[in-house]
Design a protein around this ligand. Structure first.
Ligand code: SF4
Length: 336
């Protein structure tokens, strides 16, 4: 079988937000996360609110500057900086100019109304992306391209003259998608693209993203808290807890054979349409609150809430390792 091409590679990525006047690293939003995305695949990312998935998506695009780690895209190192055990940078930092990569790497935001400038028409919003990257020549070609993009996302050419507030939430998200598509990207971070939308239009947007993925050969990092949507759209799924990636596997493998206690808890709470299956499924309660990312627990970040925790879990952070081909997990109970 032909080797799949790795498009994005992330190694030991950290993102801390220092707090003014407070000693220490501050909010440790992303901690030592490593994964790859193959060209043409959709990698889903799930976890509770505040687990760091959105910060991870933005850090990968360098919309947030990483604190440490490595990001490679298409074989080019976009960022590299090593950290010591106290989170202080050591050695030389490599960081390339992102402008050429901004065209290839795009984002669709969670809240379309907040991500569109209310003072600009839809045509201006899409045209701005074309202008920054000099993608059209002359007024007529620019107008044609804007109209084609609007039609591609299910809107009409005459919508170009309207302002964002004149659209519904679903239509605004379509404008956000058209703007991301304007620059012919290869890779898109879809950051909870349907969670702010009415349930009735969520499936339309998911179907449109799937069509675009297939027709344009796109690669997605699809972030959501709804496991069933992520399972539906993704080839592989990663599970985050308190800034760390705790499990990563093929979409079916993860839902049929979850290994990490946190993933098992998440999956047990997913509603099943079949009442018989639903009755036979045991819900695993998750006790306690998610700890503060300012003071994450020592050892395994899940140990204060884990029903299987052992003394070692509070002392040593489990390595993220491949338990079986393609199935990665960070848990002392599961050895490779
Ligand atoms: Fe639970 Fe320990 Fe595994 Fe963490 S390492 S998930 S605390 S068993």
């Amino acid at each position: 079988m032909a080797e799949r091409e790795i498009l994005l590679e992330v190694e030991h990525l950290h993102k801390y937000f220092p707090i003014k006047g407070v000693r220490g690293p501050g909010i440790q939003a992303v901690q030592d996360v490593s994964f790859s995305i193959f060209r043409g695949e959709t990698l889903g990312l799930v976890g509770e609110s505040g687990c760091g998935k959105t910060t991870l998506g933005r850090t990968v695009l360098r919309l947030h500057e990483p604190t440490g780690g490595r990001i490679r895209y298409g074989g080019t190192t976009l960022f590299a900086r090593d950290l010591d055990e106290h989170g202080k940078p050591i050695g030389r930092t490599t960081a390339v100019d992102m402008l050429p990569y901004r065209r290839k790497m795009q984002i669709i935001f969670q809240d379309p109304s907040a991500s569109l400038d209310p003072r600009m028409t839809v045509g201006e919003l899409i045209g701005e992306a074309l202008d920054i990257h000099h993608l059209t020549h002359g007024r007529a070609q620019r107008t044609q391209r804007i109209q084609a993009l609007l039609e591609q996302v299910g809107l009409r050419a005459e919508h170009a003259g309207r302002y964002p507030h004149e659209f519904s939430g679903g239509q605004q998200q379509r404008v956000g998608i058209a703007r991301a598509l304007a620059v012919n990207p290869e890779f898109i971070v879809c950051d909870e693209p349907i969670s702010a939308l009415d349930v009735s239009i969520q499936s339309q947007v998911v179907n449109m993203l799937e069509d675009m993925h297939r027709e344009l050969g796109l690669t997605y990092l699809f972030i959501a808290h709804d496991l069933s949507v992520v399972h539906h759209i993704s080839n592989r799924v990663g599970v985050m807890y308190l800034g760390s990636l705790v499990e990563l596997a093929g979409s079916d493998e993860l839902s049929l054979h979850p290994l990490h206690p946190y993933t098992q808890t998440l999956l047990s709470a997913v509603p099943v349409p079949d009442p018989q299956v639903s009755r036979s499924r045991k819900r695993i309660p998750l006790h306690g609150e998610i700890p503060s990312p300012m003071h994450p627990p020592t050892g395994c970040p899940f140990h204060p809430r884990c029903p299987h925790a052992r003394p070692v879990c509070a002392q040593a952070r489990p390595a993220f390792q491949e338990a079986s081909p393609g199935h990665w997990i960070a848990c002392h109970l599961v050895q490779s």
